[in-house]
Design a protein around this ligand. Structure first.
Ligand SMILES: [Zn+2]
Length: 127
């Protein structure tokens, strides 16, 4: 039996949806790697499993098609993937993102943080 999702998890789902929509919209529903205008997915430069801190950071998100997303996630050549990230957001942003992602003092997200993030992201979507 599937476990019922907690309000916290539901909120996370909402933020995921919102953030994904914003990123795809921003990238013009076009794959950032191959530039094809096909069905795109919201991909994380720094994986969700590696850092919760930048899960909804818009700099950490890019639109990728299925093939490029697969290439990126399973990239055997990590250097190539790192170069790709750098070409997407630039070296400075990449360093900043890495620092945010690996901040050991980062607190877990509270519902109030998620609510704030939702307002911030909804604002971006409207503009
Ligand atoms: Zn692609």
């Amino acid at each position: 039996m599937r476990r019922k999702r907690t309000p916290y998890q539901k909120f996370q789902d909402e933020l995921d949806k919102l953030c994904g929509d914003i990123v795809k919209e921003r990238d013009g529903h076009r794959c950032r790697r191959c530039r094809k205008r096909v069905l795109v997915y919201w991909a994380h430069l720094i994986r969700r499993s590696r850092s919760k801190a930048v899960r909804w950071n818009l700099f950490n998100g890019i639109a990728l098609c299925r093939d490029c997303h697969f290439w990126f996630d399973s990239s055997a050549d990590k250097i190539e993937a790192a170069l790709f990230i750098e070409s997407m957001i630039g070296k400075e942003k990449m360093v900043e993102l890495n620092e945010l992602a690996h901040d050991k003092n980062a607190k877990p997200w509270l519902i109030s943080d998620l609510k704030k993030k939702k307002v911030e992201l909804t604002d971006k979507l409207i503009k």
